[in-house]
Design a protein around this ligand. Structure first.
Ligand SMILES: Nc1ncnc2c1ncn2[C@@H]1O[C@H](COP(=O)(O)OP(=O)(O)OP(=O)(O)O)[C@@H](O)[C@H]1O
Ligand SMILES: [Mg+2]
Length: 359
């Protein structure tokens, strides 16, 4: 066999088209607009952020002013974009949507800022990916509602100050740690979005099923919620796949049984692990006695790239407490053995071999 034919896919290949991936795919983008809650009352879960944000917005409305700048941080698919739109709706303000990568030059940002109307919400997605010069312009805009537009080049260049109407910046980031402190400090309110509890996801699923005209029993919603990795985007996606199955293989009603059968067909197990996740765990348990084993060795064993195992599979396995990263390598937890229906080896059994697999 030729190596190229068996060469593992890249991490991006493994990520795209993944049923339990948290990033939005084309279909998600097409349907999400219809499923987005329109106001804070409809927004499920995130109790802390919701209560705090409600106060910030109510107070601003009472003062008849513009709300403070808001930073929303959290993993993909937890509702940052949704909340930004809710903020605008609650303030009765228009929203302008752009993203860090779309702002290459400070001039791009100046053009957007100078066209804002009073009270408008500017949503800056992936704010951690903005260019440095744009970031510096943003500091001044956020604090003083003013930008310096540079006209001309070289020694003859002059800065023309431009007044901006008060606006509310809503920044979203999946990587709050990458934001420079001066930028982070200029937000009046920061909301950290958490993963959702199964009961909250059940409410998301019932709500979406209603909007999609799908009949679902409470146990059916529970089954999907348990496999959705704490993420509304994944819950909505699994709901659509289960709906397909219920329509083709049954009478369209999603019962617990139908949801479980459908998701088994799609290789999403009872805890939301897919084939790749289970391949990594299975190799770790069956080939390496539960570890510790080096990442590269583990990746070769499952025929994937190192990055795929590390960035696509591991974060959820670690979050679920199925796998631990230790200085000596990857180690399975007792929960991993249980989840795959295997018995952990006797203490010291696999231990004699452990040194072999480090690296
Ligand atoms: N609290 C919620 N209640 C109901 N539905 C939600 C909630 N949060 C998110 N959703 C649903 O999940 C989908 C994804 O949410 P959203 O696009 O806001 O995530 P995001 O945090 O912006 O993700 P990304 O980091 O990929 O941009 C939305 O279509 C929305 O329908
Ligand atoms: Mg978003």
């Amino acid at each position: 066999m030729n190596w190229d034919e068996t060469a593992p896919a890249t991490a991006d290949d493994a990520r795209s088209g993944r049923l339990v991936g948290a990033d939005a795919d084309g279909e998600d983008q097409a349907v999400e607009a219809a499923l987005r809650p329109k106001d804070l009352g409809e927004f499920v879960g995130q109790e802390r952020v919701r209560v705090q944000l409600d106060l910030v917005l109510k107070a601003a409305r009472q003062r008849g002013g513009t709300a403070d700048h808001v930073l929303l941080s959290g993993a993909p698919g937890l509702g940052k974009t949704t909340l930004s739109m809710i903020i605008a709706a609650e303030m009765g303000a228009p929203i302008r949507i752009t993203s860090g990568p779309a702002i290459q030059h400070a001039g791009d940002l100046a053009a957007i800022l100078s066209s804002l109307t009073e009270g408008e919400v500017l949503f800056l997605d992936e704010i951690h990916r903005m260019s440095r010069p744009a970031e510096e312009m943003l500091y001044m805009a956020m604090e003083d509602f003013r930008v310096d537009v540079i006209v001309g080049k070289g020694p003859g260049a002059t800065a023309i100050p431009l007044e901006l109407p008060p606006f509310t910046l809503v920044g979203a980031t999946t990587r709050a740690g990458l934001l420079p402190p001066p930028l982070r400090d200029r937000f009046g309110f920061t909301g950290h979005m958490e993963f959702y509890a199964p009961a909250e996801l059940e409410r998301v699923i019932h709500r979406s099923a209603g909007l999609l005209d799908v009949f679902i029993e409470p146990e059916g919603a529970g089954e999907i919620a348990g496999r959705s990795r704490g993420t509304p985007r994944i819950a909505n996606r699994l709901l659509r796949r289960v709906r397909d199955y219920a329509q083709v293989k049954a009478d369209g009603v999603i019962t617990r049984e139908i949801a479980a059968r459908a998701l088994d067909v799609y290789d999403v197990d009872g805890r939301g692990l897919d084939r790749l996740d289970r391949a990594v765990l299975t190799a770790l348990l069956k080939l390496f006695g539960g570890g510790p084993v080096g990442l590269s060795t583990l990746a070769v064993a499952v025929g994937e790239e190192r990055e795929t195992v590390e960035e696509v599979a591991e974060p959820f396995l670690v979050r679920e407490g199925l796998l631990a990263r230790t200085p000596r390598g990857r180690v399975a937890t007792p929960a991993a053995w249980t989840h795959l229906g295997l018995t952990p080896p006797q203490q010291g059994g696999a231990g004699a071999q452990r040194g072999l697999f480090e690296g």
